[in-house]
Design a protein around this ligand. Structure first.
Ligand code: NAD
Length: 364
């Protein structure tokens, strides 16, 4: 098996789990180098990696992009930097896999996808939670007809915002933030995997309060001017004829009792796990049954397996097939998220321009 040699750009919070998994779970990936705008962060991550799993050098972004021993860039920078870093990596001839969202605007996402295509390079993107044990079990149940013909779904990500716990929460309320861009990709990748691509949509978007007050310790009392809608809802039409409600919000101050993701079919209802996780529970109630039952997970990767999509992309390169957590899927998700905001602002229905193949399921 050939290993894909990886250079990581962005050594913040999420990089630790990627380093751990790439170093010990996915045998077809090899981390070679680490870069960050703040050089000390790359050095600290290299030390953390050396202590736990393997060897990787800390270097500058320029050195990483020029390195001949790096095949692919893992872009773990903040959303506003995704496009700049991914475009530079593609220009340097590297495959790219990045954290969500693909970019903060559809125009940027289209530039990235077009450059990857013109250079003959692979583009992939998180979320890859839809490849985890929970959502792959749901996929198998749907494909095998356990809930019959899928007619609809509801997906909810509602909370009271992040100013109560996050040490520096302002970015959630600025361009590139908001509940849909932050969390929508998990739900959209899951929905497209389970129900196929979206054909069109209408959206609603509201800003509940123009200002939020931080109540977490470090910046207690600071005011945040809200620049983005904080309750954002899409009504999605799928190419299959099914429809779904996707509601994301930072304004549910008392929380919610809605299940994160429910799929409705002619023969039953499936309760899918939180799409921001790799595991379960998976619950089903078939027509006529008195109550929902828990089902066992039929796939691997129930724990935090971030990097699974990158490992699949490496295998896809070897096998000459499409990757599952692909740039095409991420661009489709970005078009849906931007479409919901545009539909809300302009009072019109949006028809998707970028199609997307339903990613193939994993083997049980
Ligand atoms: N933190 C989480 O729990 C989490 C979970 C899932 C996904 N994500 C996604 O992962 C990405 C990173 O999140 P994070 O929480 O690790 O952020 P972070 O702020 O902790 O880390 C980002 C790092 O990127 C570096 N960086 C920014 N711009 C750069 C550039 N142009 N070149 C090189 N380095 C640059 C920063 O210096 C920082 O060290 C985001 O896209 C986020 O949506 C985060």
């Amino acid at each position: 098996m050939k290993r894909l040699r990886i250079g990581v750009v962005g050594c913040g919070n999420i990089s630790s789990i990627y380093l751990k998994n790439c170093g010990s779970v996915f045998g077809n990936l090899e981390i070679r180098a680490l870069a960050d705008l703040v050089p000390e962060r790359a050095k600290a991550k290299a030390a953390e990696f050396a202590a736990e799993t393997g060897d990787a050098r800390a270097c500058t972004l320029r050195e990483l992009l020029a390195a001949e021993d790096i095949d692919a860039v893992l872009n773990l920078t903040i959303p506003n930097a995704h496009a700049e870093v991914s475009l530079a990596a593609l220009e340097a001839g590297k495959h790219v896999y990045g954290e969500k969202p693909l970019a903060v605007s559809l125009a940027e996402g289209e530039r990235i996808a077009a450059l990857a295509k013109s250079k003959g390079l692979r583009l992939g993107s998180a979320p890859d939670t839809f490849l985890g044990a929970g959502l792959q079990t749901c996929r198998k149940l749907i494909d095998e007809g356990w809930i019959g013909e899928v007619v609809g779904a509801t997906a909810f990500m509602l909370c009271g915002g992040h100013e109560g716990w996050h040490p520096d929460p302002a970015f959630y309320y600025k361009r590139g933030g908001g509940p849909m861009l932050d969390m929508g990709p998990y739900y959209i990748h899951a929905l497209v995997s389970l129900m196929g691509p979206v054909a069109g949509l209408v959206g609603q978007a509201k800003t509940a309060w123009a200002e939020r007050t931080v109540t977490s310790k470090q910046r207690y009392g600071e005011r945040i001017e809200v620049e983005v809608p904080t309750t954002v809802t899409g009504l999605l039409d799928f190419e299959s004829g099914a429809s779904a409600v996707l509601m994301t919000g930072f304004d549910a101050m008392g929380g919610t009792t809605h299940a994160p993701l429910e799929i409705y079919g002619s023969e039953g209802t499936l309760l899918a796990p939180d799409p921001n996780t790799f595991g379960g529970p998976v619950r089903i109630r078939r027509k006529g049954a008195a109550e929902f039952s828990d089902l066992p997970l039929l796939f691997r990767y129930a724990e935090n397996s971030r990097g699974l999509g990158l490992s699949d992309l490496a295998a896809a390169i070897e096998e000459g097939r499409p990757a599952r957590a692909s740039g095409e899927l991420a661009l489709h998700a970005l078009e849906i998220m931007e479409g919901i905001h545009a539909s809300a602002a302009e009072g019109r229905r949006c028809v998707m321009r970028h199609g997307c193949a339903r990613p193939s399921p994993l083997d049980a």
